[in-house]
Ligand binder design. Sequence first.
Ligand SMILES: [Zn+2]
Length: 145
Amino acid sequence: MPSAETSSSTAVRGRPFREGLLALEPPRLLGSRCTDCGAASFPARAFCPSCRTGAVEPTELSPDGRVHSFTVVRQAPAGVEVPYTLAWVDLPTDRVRLMAQVVGVVPEAVALDMPVALELTPFGTAEDGAELVGYRFRATGEVAP
Ligand SMILES: [Zn+2]
């Protein structure tokens, strides 16, 4: 029997804004990993960028990241709230670097090597009416005010 208690979970409706980019429950970025040298890629690739073999398989990447570098975006198209922080985020476990928005901290307090964690975020509505889901990172742990 369905229970209202399930509302306490972070259930996600909708689908990823791009197929094959992320899993929703639990939130994970989907990449590829080389079965020869172990190098991971995001987004997934058909070959290994490190050793150039085609021996790659799909993999879920770690949700735990660190800010490698960042910029504060202060101008954006209408409807986009500014300022926001856009960062190169390293996933140390997978040795993958990707660009994503960082939230949960004011831009002035973002710091290099700051720990962040993957989270899902609404990404608009598809032509068929489905809610689209994107990803970003949220600052974790103690953040200076
Ligand atoms: Zn490789």
